[in-house]
Ligand binder design. Structure first.
Ligand SMILES: Nc1ncnc2c1ncn2[C@@H]1O[C@H](COP(=O)(O)OP(=O)(O)OP(=O)(O)O)[C@@H](O)[C@H]1O
Length: 265
């Protein structure tokens, strides 16, 4: 079972807000402009907020996340993180994908320290922080293990530590638990909520699962069918802490219904 409790001190700098104004993107196909992927997305993510991005398959959720991450450039519109325009990737934004992108030739400890080392920022303070983070994610005993020696959930937790060591103001997560079995997935959702309750970083979380969005999000931004625009942003007023067991309650079922209504309209 992959459950761990977050115990360490905050590991992120001030949470950053994300401001998107009329963001547009069309990918070209064989040098010809294709169909727009994003058709004017406007959204504000508040500092410290847990925002879920939900929409039909292919509507442009990953494209939007990649634009905020700085991996993809928008054609037009405004993209600000912490008030600064995004001009490329940066360690102020931690990105977690469905497959944890650990280097297979490095141990857990080396993977966690890779970012600070690569940019010449490997100070004693960072090492201490990395130690604390390994405790937080429950991998202190797996410090010298290689990724192939870790379970799926452990790899995800190592990827968390690897990203959090950079003290990102925003965590960008693209269906991170989509490939996990149901039990590990529920454990990772619980782990993520505990981590977020403690560290209060801003999280933008892409999912196509209504239940996951209602369980995790302060708000759920529903994107329209391709090309994506912002269809609606729904407040999820369920009390926290939330747990998977709450998903059967009437309040939770109503929250899911509200999301579904927006998705289907
Ligand atoms: N690098 C790329 N080159 C060309 N087209 C792309 C590229 N990336 C995405 N697209 C297109 O942009 C559209 C949106 O894709 P995107 O992956 O952002 O959607 P999504 O909502 O994340 O989908 P899913 O839920 O299925 O993962 C799709 O039509 C896709 O084919």
């Amino acid at each position: 079972m992959e459950t761990r409790t977050a115990t360490a001190e905050p590991a992120v700098d001030e949470p950053a807000g994300v401001r998107l104004r009329d963001v547009r993107k069309t990918f070209s196909r064989r040098r010809r402009p294709g169909r727009p992927a994003l058709d004017g997305v406007t959204l504000d993510v508040r500092p410290g907020e847990f925002l879920c991005l939900l929409g039909p398959s292919g509507c442009g959720k990953s494209t939007l996340l990649n634009i905020v991450a700085g991996f993809t450039e928008a054609d037009s519109g405004e993209v600000l993180v912490g008030g600064r325009p995004v001009t490329g990737p940066g360690h102020d934004r931690g990105v977690l994908f469905q497959t944890p992108n650990l280097f297979p030739w490095l141990t857990t400890w080396q993977n966690v320290l890779y970012g600070p080392k690569a940019r010449g920022a490997l100070t004693p303070r960072v090492r201490e922080e990395a130690e604390r983070l390994l405790e937080t994610v429950g991998l202190a005993d797996a410090r010298d293990a290689y990724p192939h020696e870790l379970s799926g959930g452990m790899r995800h937790r190592a990827a968390f530590a690897r990203v959090l060591v950079n003290r990102p103001g925003v965590l960008l997560m693209d269906e991170p638990f989509g490939a996990l079995d149901a039990i590990t997935r529920a454990a990772m959702q619980r782990f993520l909520l505990e981590l977020w309750q403690k560290h209060r970083t801003t999280i933008v979380f892409v999912t196509h699962d209504v239940e996951e969005a209602a369980l995790l999000g302060d708000r759920v931004c529903v994107l329209s069918a391709p090309p994506a625009g912002t269809k609606d942003v729904i407040d999820i007023e369920l009390p926290r802490p939330r747990a998977y067991e709450d998903t059967e309650t009437l309040a939770f079922v109503n929250a899911k219904r509200r999301i579904r209504e927006v998705l289907e309209r």
